[in-house]
Design a protein around this ligand. Sequence first.
Ligand code: PLP
Length: 321
Amino acid sequence: MSIETQRGAKPATSPEHPNSWVYLNGEYRRYQDARIGLMTHALHYGTGCFEGIRAYWNAGKSQLYLLQGGPHYERLRRSGNIMRMTLPHTTEELLNITMELLRRNEYQGDVYIRPLLFKSAEIIGVRLHGVPESFAIYTAPFGNYVDVENGIRCMVSSWRRVSDQSLPARAKVTGAYANSALAKSEAEEGGFDEAIVLTVDGHVSEGSAENLFLYKEGEFVTPPVTDDILEGITRKLIIKLIEDELGKRVVERSIDRTELYTCDELFLCGTGAQISPVIEVDRRTVADGKIGEFTGELQEIYFGACRGDNPKYSDWSLPVY
Ligand SMILES: Cc1ncc(COP(=O)(O)O)c(C=O)c1O
């Protein structure tokens, strides 16, 4: 299987690339000219909603494919609705702005796109209503977020996933990522690659920034959207691939922690993580500790589809150039 990796890719919008184009409040600007104030509401109170979108470079076709742009912007609109924010553009306009940014930055490699809708008033005051907002998009070269080739080692976090009753996980809210960061750092500093987080009532929810699937007794299982997961766009694509390509059933039901130890295959998925096989949880090997057969097959199909090499899935992406 050939999977392109770009470990150590430097973000285009880091200070080394101050001239890259970004979008802020209706204008295309250089990164170094797009500044926000120290008192910005979202910086203090986590009152922003965001997305993470990928564009895949196909070297053979000299083409960049924007993956699932529409669904990401629609999720951002829904997140905004929960957090009392309104996107200032239609989805079609947002897609056009994104394509324009990618073209201006002349990417010839994989890219990460980060739209951010945030409470931008420079005021002290914890609330959502009546606080003006801003909208920005920045883009950066991006390789693999977690290992997709060798399989990762996970721990079940001592932190619990934010609950719909306190900070809705189905909204991609900046402030909620303090929860993800607690779990991720605990895992990495404990010698693991990634954290798997349980709901407050003890069911498996998801990874720190990925949805989760396991394979057991001939079918795939993934937590339902009511178990405090982000309703992942990759998750939806993978459910379809499992059914259509592998001819297997996907059951959406609550998962117990110990099912992670006893399943036949396990993987995390997301825009950043793509399909990341899990080979160990809490120092117990998953099956024989190797990447599962169906997980490997799904990776192959998924990467082919993302990179624009499978005409069957051409409607997943928009060609940028
Ligand atoms: C907490 C969390 N869960 C799941 C996902 C996967 O979602 P998607 O496939 O839409 O990227 C992400 C990634 O954005 C995430 O941050």
